[in-house]
Design a protein around this ligand. Structure first.
Ligand code: 5GP
Length: 128
């Protein structure tokens, strides 16, 4: 089933300037802003400017320039936040939740960058 982008999702509204955000970084390809309900001392969301629902949608449908631009933006944001291990930071985790099993709340691709404390295991072990 093909992806259908909902232009009324909250991040589309943020991109259009209809809802305020705490911007960390912006360029032609990406916008990075602080999560409204941070799960760690550092919690920033990086979104592409194009209308993509999930990471696989973006990877399959975006232009090469968009993919490079978005990837570079994530690298720049990690450096800006001071979490990049290559620049003396303590590390971070990137997460891109997708679809129902991924528990994606907002249907515009976003990469969470989390850090500022030890983050524990990647996933909780299944209880059953
Ligand atoms: P998801 O579960 O889709 O990966 O994560 C969506 C994230 O967006 C959540 O961490 C949530 O706190 C964040 N979020 C939802 N609405 C807003 C908003 O209006 N502004 C900001 N900055 N973050 C939001």
């Amino acid at each position: 089933m093909a992806y259908v982008y909902d232009d009324q999702n909250i991040f589309a509204k943020i991109l259009r300037g209809e809802i305020p955000n705490d911007t960390v970084y912006e360029d032609e390809y990406a916008l990075a802003f602080r999560d409204i309900q941070p799960q760690a001392p550092v919690h920033v969301l990086v979104i592409p400017k194009g209308p993509y629902v999930t990471y696989d949608h973006f990877a399959n449908a975006a232009t090469d320039a968009e993919i490079v631009g978005y990837s570079r933006a994530i690298g720049k944001v990690c450096a800006l936040l001071g979490v990049s291990p290559g620049e003396g930071g303590q590390g971070y985790r990137t997460i891109a939740n997708s679809g129902d099993d991924g528990v994606q709340e907002v249907t515009h691709l976003h990469t969470h960058i989390l850090g500022g404390r030890p983050l524990g295991r990647m996933l909780q072990r299944a209880r059953d």
